[in-house]
Ligand binder design. Structure first.
Ligand code: SF4
Length: 234
């Protein structure tokens, strides 16, 4: 994977994991982070943990109290009941305690499928739960930056959404990659989207994968095309 190697070199892989949460804490953190800035979802998570030391207490609390605790994130009135419903569902499927550490003993595909049968948990959240938590299971999340870069590089089609992109991009990874390699791949593509392949005006002229990217090549050809008389307003 040439693009992987170049982007990892460009952004300084191997990357340090940013989280050491257990998988259930990572799942709740991912639910809080939906369409919320990192600093705000982090504050909501910290407030929730400070107010309710266990996930069972969050599950059984009056909803208004959970909503107040997570008020720094977007849509706390929607996320509070959703988080409580997720905790109830996990508790009832696991016979009481709210704990997802058993996922460590499942094959990756099964663990993802188990999580994705929970209402409101999609492929990005399931992969983030498995990869970012202390389970360190090689499942790959695809965020909006990663998705945009993959689309521009034609690794996926122009109409493939973020959800379906997960299976397609994961199928391109070499067999047997460990969690650190999958993490590096995701982080490198994400950093590239944040630092070079911007949503508006990607900086193709200084892009380390320009020769691998049909979008960038087309843009560069367009920008260096000589001005013809028909292009001129003169
Ligand atoms: S060449 Fe341009 S469009 Fe392609 S990945 Fe690089 S910055 Fe993005």
């Amino acid at each position: 994977m040439l693009a992987h190697e170049r982007l990892c070199a460009e952004y300084g892989a191997p990357f340090r994991y940013f989280s050491t949460k257990d998988p259930l804490s990572e799942l709740i953190s991912a639910l809080l982070s939906h369409r919320t800035r990192n600093a705000e979802s982090h504050r909501a998570y910290q407030q929730l943990r400070a107010r309710f030391p266990t996930w069972e207490e969050v599950r059984d609390a009056p909803m208004a109290e959970v909503e107040a605790a997570i008020s720094p994130c977007t849509w706390p009135e929607q996320k509070a009941p959703r988080i409580q419903a997720v905790l109830r569902e996990i508790g009832s499927r696991c016979g009481g305690p709210c704990d997802l550490s058993f996922l460590a003993d499942m094959p990756v595909r099964e663990a993802r499928a188990w999580l994705e049968t929970i209402s409101g948990v999609g492929p990005k959240t399931s992969a983030a739960t498995l990869l970012f938590s202390n389970l360190r299971i090689p499942a790959m999340p695809v965020d909006s930056h990663h998705h945009r870069v993959a689309q521009r590089m034609a690794l996926i089609g122009p109409k493939v959404g973020e959800g379906p992109a997960h299976a397609l991009l994961e199928a391109l990874l070499p067999e047997g990659w460990d969690a650190q390699q999958v993490y590096d791949h995701h982080e490198a593509f994400m950093f590239h989207g944040q630092k070079c392949c911007y949503f508006h005006s990607p900086a193709c002229g200084r892009c380390v994968v320009l020769d691998l990217c049909p979008t960038g090549q087309a843009r560069m050809q367009g920008s260096s095309r000589p001005v013809r008389a028909s292009d001129s307003n003169a």
